[in-house]
Design a protein around this ligand. Structure first.
Ligand code: AKG
Length: 254
């Protein structure tokens, strides 16, 4: 891994898509001006977060929002991890992160694998699966600096995914996310530290900024965590591969 500057953009997302897109343009340019080579945007950066919004804001890829991401990555010569947008494909909706390289090329699409379906009585009920379909693929990409593993928000709760990315040689995990005022204080930081500690990897998250007036109030707190003690505590070479393994099943499309 070689040193580079990563920016996490904690964007105030509104219901005005054009305004969200122009903010992204401005903020990525600002990050590039400060020397950032990889920029991470929040989950659902072009639309308010909520099952009632996904179909209205959904786009094909390529489409308006990802076209903008491609241009911005190229103009600023950086890797742009495009948070996520509601994606429409063949009549289904996905929560999708598109990653672009410095030539504006689409490197990958990660469709959120684990949909956020929770029901905490009296506190929060959220069922992404009422409108979204899950992705079925793991997603890694290479930069000149390191290999990166991509998950979206609730994907961060699943330790196996991070372990697999680690085994695939990733040194950085990125999770665009939008935790909320209940699970955010309880778990947001803890999960990032857990993934970083278990795997001795960098972990970066980008959240929409908190908007108390939104129907879903994001916790915010975009973060970068670092566990840089691979040499001193060499768990990767001490792992007992003869006793256990984390394996991925065959991946489907999506
Ligand atoms: O896991 C959580 O508590 C929040 C997850 C979430 O907000 C999401 O997946 O969008």
């Amino acid at each position: 891994m070689t040193a580079f500057r990563l920016a996490v953009v904690q964007l105030q997302v509104s219901s005005d898509k054009a305004n969200n897109l122009s903010k992204v343009r401005r903020l990525v340019k600002e990050a590039a001006g400060q020397g950032s080579k990889v920029v991470l945007l929040p989950e659902c950066f072009n639309s308010p977060y909520g099952t009632s919004f996904f179909s209205k804001y959904a786009e094909k890829i390529p489409g308006e929002s990802t076209q903008m991401l491609s241009e911005v990555a190229k103009e600023n010569k950086l890797h742009l991890v495009g948070g996520s947008i509601p994606e429409e494909d063949s009549g289904k909706l996905y929560n999708t992160c598109a990653v672009f390289g410095p030539e504006g090329e689409l490197i990958l699409k990660h469709r959120k694998i684990h949909l956020f379906d929770i029901d905490v009585p009296g506190k929060i009920r959220f069922q992404e699966s009422e409108t979204l379909s899950p992705g079925n693929s793991l997603s890694t990409f290479d930069t000149p600096f390191c290999r990166v593993g991509v998950g979206i928000c609730y994907d961060m709760r699943f330790a196996e995914l991070a372990q697999l990315y680690n085994r695939k040689g990733c040194q950085l995990l990125v999770y665009p996310g939008a935790f909320n005022m209940m699970t955010g204080p309880a778990h947001w930081e803890l999960l990032q530290r857990a993934r970083a500690l278990d795997n001795q990897m960098y972990v970066a998250t980008a959240s929409p900024a908190r908007d108390e007036a939104a129907s879903y109030v994001a916790w915010g707190h975009s973060t970068v965590y670092l566990a840089d003690i691979r040499q001193q505590i060499p768990i990767s070479s001490q792992r007992r591969d003869d006793l256990y393994a984390v394996t991925a099943m065959q991946q489907g499309s999506g």
